[in-house]
Design a protein around this ligand. Structure first.
Ligand code: ARG
Ligand code: ZN
Length: 871
């Protein structure tokens, strides 16, 4: 039941072209697939297919009888086929009953497809593997009134009116592609149009489709698309290669979006936005995901994957590209902070948990379980390290080489590493351990200064904790960006022959050994080390620096990422002390030096607003969960709120002033500056809310009712939802009445209630699962209510409730309909190793119950079984 990378075998057949003919009806859909196939070596024909009703098979127009072939649960096998032949297969589907949302399905009356990773096999029998690339021509026939819009990949050929109330569209894609990039959409949709002229003069029609009446909310996605097209030309000299680019917003969608050639299908939450309905965070996410899918046109589509174990080849690289795009569109420093926060909370936790896996995994049960933070976010860090080692110019040279070598091919992460390293004269043999070793490396820092010799000595040691199936690891190749700072914060001259300067002029230590020592000469006073600048490698730094140095760096480091990093590191230390006091039932004593430093930041008038909001953020519960040996979330909560309250109390007046200064300033503006001052203002408000005083809650309530954008309304609603304020229920009720007909916005209402720290949260969530607005077959509803609750560490791991049992019930219920969505809920049980014995037993009981269900999908089973095995 497992598949292995080492079993990869090149295909024995090639497919020159395929014609797909769809006949769409209300109760069934008929598909005729006609492929032009060549046998390259002696072999029987084996095609993938699942949940299909086979009508007929022909080879070169001759109908096969049941003696000629064999059908298993997952394959169609034809032992005897000629060297060259035309295979015609007719199948029948019931898309209206497809709740897995892979293959062809229906969402709100719209037919659409999701073929990645293995959905195409639910449409017809085919070689459902990415290394079979072929030319597609497609026809779609449907009722003209119900489905006026008929879309597929590539170029529109024509549309025929069939006279009987039906019409038929013809599409042809000039680019070869694997079947996971096939797409079809049919429905009654609204559309907005624009165009983009590429640098070589191709005029591309851009279309964004959404349910009628929603299309005016698509303009931000359209703008984002145009920016992405321009950026990819400017940055990587990559141009679009078709005359049409289409995006379609769909309400029921398992993932965020899909890069089907020329026809992206998006979760509507990542398309629809205007300032009344979307927050600043939503706008930012839309810009980045539209870019991500667009960038896949080169990194994923033109150059695709040899097999699914290579998934990070396209996902890591494309995330890296969208992060760089976002950095250029907004504020590079703040963007890096956000990306690293997401990496730590999601990926570091994954790497420390029972489902840790390498960036290039070696085995799996369910391919869809590969769409992880490790493949995406850690994959992106691996690419970023390559760029750090060879410098930006070197990286661009390597990217050019990658397309020169592999355009039109299905390749591997090794091919990519070779294309980047070889033109730059680098050896990536050791570096490639990042692809096959899982786990987050730990780097220990030791320093000493000898004033008599004017020498500073830095010793770095690395190791990587064991992960499932990988008890020991070899040392990694780590690029550590560094500087030494003088007492007044100047970067000092580095006299050490082991320090590299990359082509961007950045100073780098390339740590390759388990332990290495670096001696820096001619330093008349003890310098302060600034290391891992910009988080140049995804590692856990263990550094017992003095408090003086940490505070110094927080104030004066010339790398803004590191200033914020030091604020987090100090804050983490303070919180861990408080957690310790709380667990031992002692009085909670606030660290006065930290309090003074936070007060100074609040009072700093020169600091950039967006950056200041990041400086003021306290480490999250998920970060605490990784640092602490025991997951005692009640004491995490006590510690964190106590600290937050102390900061608010000390700075009540200043926080109110910040609030008043920025509240209502350019409420509709969406530039980076406005985004920054809103996030600062709302962070001031969230500190103040910790005081629970009626005057502050009055301000929050006023913000809710007077809000001129969703960012302000949502912030106020979340604060009220997490309070016992008299204003709470009225605001929640009002939000519901305002937005009950808007599926995308209703998700915010669910999340606001699922993420509170109130004791009755579980009961609220249970009630909400029965609410008419909640639909368990809609992935966004499941994510915004159930998954959000599973990530609510305080209430999910509350010893006084039966949260685990309720949550397991829901996983089971979802799993029967939609395995991919169920699997995404399972990660809530990843902390099982850190639970106290009684809680652990409770969690294990539920995991065992789920695994014991025979019909449980392989998706959920794979994840839950490793949670059991590792506990
Ligand atoms: N390739 C898509 C993207 O990252 C994601 C598809 C998700 N598929 C899945 N089976 N979860 O852009
Ligand atoms: Zn992607």
């Amino acid at each position: 039941e497992k598949i292995y990378l080492r079993d990869y075998k090149a295909p024995s057949f090639s497919v020159e072209s395929i014609n797909l003919d769809f006949n769409l009806n209300e109760d069934f859909c008929r598909v005729i697939a006609k492929s032009n196939i060549t046998k390259k070596e002696a072999a029987e024909l084996r095609l993938n297919g699942e949940e299909l009703k086979l009508v007929s098979i022909k080879i070169n127009d001759k109908v096969l009888t049941s003696q000629d072939y064999q059908i298993t649960g997952e394959e169609l096998i034809i032992p005897q086929v000629p060297e060259k032949f035309i295979l015609e297969i007719e199948t029948e589907l019931e898309p209206q009953k497809n709740t897995s949302l892979e293959g062809l399905y229906k969402s709100n009356g719209i037919f659409c497809t999701q073929c990645e990773a293995q959905g195409f096999r639910k449409i017809t029998y085919f070689f459902d593997r990415p290394d079979i690339m072929t030319s597609y021509s497609v026809t779609i026939e449907a009722d003209k009134k119900k489905y006026p819009v008929l879309l597929s990949n590539g170029d529109r050929v024509r549309i025929d009116d069939l006279g009987n109330g039906r019409h038929k569209a013809f599409w042809s894609d000039p680019h070869k592609k694997p079947c996971y990039l096939f797409a079809l959409v049919a429905g009654d949709l609204g559309v907005i149009r624009d165009n983009f002229v590429t640098k070589s003069g191709r005029k591309v029609n851009l279309e964004v489709y959404a349910a009628h009446g929603k299309q005016e909310r698509c303009w931000h996605a359209m703008d984002s698309l145009k920016k992405s097209m321009k950026w990819d030309e400017d940055t990587f000299n990559l141009e679009y290669d078709l005359n049409d680019y289409m995006i379609v917003a769909i309400d029921d969608f398992n993932a965020g979006a899909m890069e089907n050639k020329g026809l992206n299908v998006f979760n509507s939450r990542l398309v629809l936005a205007d300032s009344n309905s979307a927050t600043d965070v939503d706008f930012h996410a839309i810009e980045s995901v539209v870019a991500h899918e667009y960038f896949h046109n080169w990194t994923g589509n033109r150059v695709t994957l040899r097999d699914w174990f290579q998934l990070s080849l396209k996902e890591g690289l494309t995330v890296f590209r969208d992060q760089e795009f976002s950095a250029d569109m907004t504020d590079r420093g703040v963007q890096r902070i956000e990306d690293v926060d997401a990496l730590r909370v999601g990926q570091f936790a994954e790497d420390a948990g029972p489902n840790a896996h390498p960036v290039r995994p070696e085995s799996c049960m369910a391919v869809d379980n590969f769409f992880t933070m490790t493949i995406y976010e850690k994959g992106s860090e691996v690419i970023r390290m390559m760029q750090t080692i060879v410098g930006r110019k070197g990286f661009r040279k390597g990217m050019d080489e990658y397309f020169k070598r592999h355009d039109g091919q299905a390749v591997t992460t090794d091919d990519f590493a070779a294309a980047i390293s070889e033109p730059n004269g680098k050896d990536f043999t050791q570096f490639k351990r990042w692809y096959h070793q899982s786990g987050t490396p730990v780097v220990n820092v030791n320093e000493s200064y000898d004033s008599s010799k004017s020498e500073y000595t830095l010793t770095l040691e690395q190791h990587c904790p064991p992960t499932p199936n990988q008890p020991t690891k070899e040392p990694f190749h780590l690029p550590l960006m560094m500087e030494l700072l003088s007492k007044n914060g100047q970067e000092l001259k580095l006299e050490c022959d082991k320090i590299e300067t990359n082509s961007d002029g950045k100073h780098l230590i390339e740590l390759k050994e388990a332990k290495e020592t670096y001696v820096f000469k001619n330093l008349n006073e003890r310098p302060v080390l600034s290391i891992l600048r910009q988080f140049s490698a995804p590692v856990n730094l263990k550094w017992q620096a003095s408090q003086d140095d940490l505070y110094f760096l927080m104030e004066k480091d010339t790398d803004s990422f590191n200033r914020r990093e030091m604020a987090q590191k100090i804050g983490l230390g303070v919180l861990r002390q408080l957690i310790d006091q709380a667990r031992n039932k002692k009085d909670l004593v606030i660290d006065q030096r930290y309090l003074a430093a936070m007060s100074a930041i609040i009072r700093d008038e020169k600091m950039d607003h967006g950056f200041k909001a990041k400086m003021l953020q306290l480490p999250s519960h998920s970060v605490l969960a990784q640092e602490e040996a025991v997951l005692d979330t009640e004491s995490f909560h006590t510690a964190r709120t106590t600290l937050k309250k102390a900061i608010a109390k000390e700075n009540r007046q200043q926080l109110l002033e910040i609030y008043q200064k920025f509240h209502g300033v350019e409420p509709k503006s969406r530039d980076t500056k406005a985004f920054g001052h809103r996030s600062l203002k709302n962070s001031a408000l969230s500190y103040l809310a910790e005081l629970h005083d009626p005057e502050v809650l009055e301000v929050v309530n006023k913000q809710y009712w007077g809000a001129q954008n969703m960012t302000d309304r949502m912030t106020a609603m979340m604060i009220l939802a997490d309070s016992e304020s008299v204003h709470r229920d009225k605001a929640l009720h009002n939000f519901y009445e305002e937005w009950k007909n808007d599926a995308v916005v209703m998700n915010k209402w669910f999340t606001a209630q699922a993420t509170t720290s109130r004791k009755q949260t579980l009961e609220d969530v249970k009630t909400l699962t029965k609410h008419p607005a909640f639909n368990i077959t809609n992935p966004n509803n499941v994510y915004s209510l159930l998954r959000a609750f599973g990530a609510n560490l305080v209430r999910f791991h509350d010893p006084k409730t039966d949260a685990y049992e309720f949550y397991a019930d829901k996983i089971i219920e979802v799993d029967a309909k939609n395995p991919q969505v169920a699997a995404r809920l399972c990660s809530a049980f990843n902390f099982v190793q850190k639970l106290e014995p009684a809680m652990k037993e409770k969690a294990l009981k539920q995991i065992r119950r789920m695994v014991g269900i025979e019909a449980l999908s392989k998706n959920s089973r794979e994840l839950l079984q490793s949670a059991l095995a590792e506990s």
